[in-house]
Design a protein around this ligand. Structure first.
Ligand SMILES: [Mg+2]
Length: 438
């Protein structure tokens, strides 16, 4: 399986509907516990004054409470805020029902996160005469199932502008952005109101004289390339001018790669090459932990002495961060190819270099409380390990896959498979498992 092209090149007649559930986790709590409705609610991962609020209800937001604030700080702004622990299984169940409603109208639905999805209605333009009416029906269907849940819906010729539409009216919004009205919407916005433009990009744009989204849309691809230092700038031009960049993938400009050339002794030893694959994946795992992201895409290539290549691209069903897990996906593809061609191994003496790339990142903040809570424990553990490394030095802790010696590699345990390690509130209870094994 290969990932779909990042820039699909769809034209101005495309119709994308973006659905963003309002104050999702907090509303889900209010849905299930009616006594919380109409009240300022802060959803927390664990019960402690130091806990950060990971979602605030609409009522709490009115007091200035934002995602990421500590409960103690929230109480200064809103003394009667009600802290509620997360219930990921419940949020996931609601998510599945909301997506099913969307899919009952359109079979091309791309889930963007636990509370966001984009639906490509382009091939339905003859089926539905009135797409905003479909949006209203979707809202009504959701309300019929969960009477307290609302969503903001944006409709536009591409997924970026459709998402922007959801930002313009909250809660329960419905905004249609067209080539005719886009400028009047953009005129009301600051650069940092655009999803994906943070302070740093804002500064870079200002340096070349672009101070507003409207100016940004009417500049040139070349100028935006200059501001963003490359193709990313061109993507921004397309987003604001009805090109499609984001529908089927997350930002492909955000990829991480690790590559290595092989020395002669390495290429004569298959085991050493396998170990190198693990080393490359481990390097990417470290970078993903640091950035707090998980990947839904991984590719692997082998470059041979005679300039032939072998590569594979894999779209992952679940977001992955663990190096051993990445390697097992790659190995499955390598083995399948070897067997289909009757080749004993791709790791021959011909191999000169190899590389692993990961992308289609999912934010760990979203992930940990969303679809994949069964991973929560081990991902927290991995993060904790890297934090200890940062604090006390690289060699304090070490996982099996960081050892490159082939004989040891065979017995190495991926960190993710240390299941019975106890972690509570980020504190490791069973410390000896992390001790240096040299
Ligand atoms: Mg939302």
């Amino acid at each position: 399986m290969t990932m779909r092209a990042n820039y699909t090149g769809v034209g101005k007649d495309t119709i994308v509907m973006y659905v963003d559930m309002n104050s999702y986790f907090a509303s889900c709590e209010q849905q299930r516990h009616p006594h919380l409705r109409g009240k300022p609610v802060g959803v927390v991962a664990y019960d402690s004054p130091n806990a950060a609020v990971i979602a605030a209800s609409g009522e709490a937001k009115k007091f200035g409470i934002k995602t990421g604030m500590r409960l103690t700080d929230c109480r200064l702004l809103c003394p009667h805020i009600i802290a509620v622990p997360t219930h990921p299984t419940w949020y996931r169940q609601v998510h599945v029902d909301v997506i099913a409603i969307l899919r009952s109208y359109c079979d091309d639905v791309v889930v963007k996160s636990i509370d966001e999805a984009a639906a490509n209605f382009t091939s339905y333009r003859l089926v539905y005469k009135d797409i905003p009416e479909v949006a209203r029906q979707i809202k009504a269907d959701i309300r019929r199932k969960y009477d307290y849940l609302t969503c903001s819906i944006g409709i536009a010729p591409n997924s970026f502008l459709a998402k922007l539409g959801t930002e313009l009216q909250k809660p329960d919004g419905l905004i249609v952005i067209t080539p005719e009205n886009i400028d009047s919407y953009l005129a009301t916005l600051q650069l940092t109101d655009l999803p994906g433009i943070a302070d740093r990009s804002e500064r870079r744009l200002q340096l070349i004289g672009i101070r507003s989204p409207l100016q940004m849309r009417h500049s040139s691809p070349a100028l935006l390339r200059k501001a963003f230092g490359g193709v990313v700038g061109e993507y921004w031009y397309r987003r604001l001018n009805f090109g499609e960049v984001d529908l089927y993938s997350t930002d492909s400009t955000k990829m991480m790669s690790a590559t290595r050339s092989l020395s002669r002794p390495q290429r004569e030893n298959r085991q050493a090459m396998e170990s190198m694959l693990i080393a490359l994946a481990t390097r990417l795992e470290q970078r993903m932990v640091k950035a707090n992201v998980f990947c839904k895409y991984v590719s692997f290539y082998i470059r041979n002495h005679d300039h032939t290549n072998w590569d594979t691209a894999i779209k992952l069903a679940d977001p992955v961060q663990d190096a051993m897990e990445l390697c097992s996906y790659i190995r499955q593809h390598v083995t399948a190819f070897e067997q289909s061609r009757g080749i004993p191994t791709l790791f021959t003496q011909q191999v000169r270099s190899m590389g692993v790339t990961v992308g289609s990142f999912v934010d760990g903040k979203v992930l940990q409380y969303s679809l994949f809570d069964n991973r929560l424990k081990k991902d927290l553990l991995r993060k904790t390990m890297y934090n200890i490394k940062d604090k006390y030095g690289k060699n304090t802790v070490r996982k099996g896959s960081e050892l490159f010696i082939p004989d040891i590699m065979k017995d190495a345990i991926g960190f993710g498979s240390v299941k019975d390690m106890l972690v509570e509130g980020g504190v490791i209870k069973n410390k000896y498992l992390l001790e240096e094994d040299e």
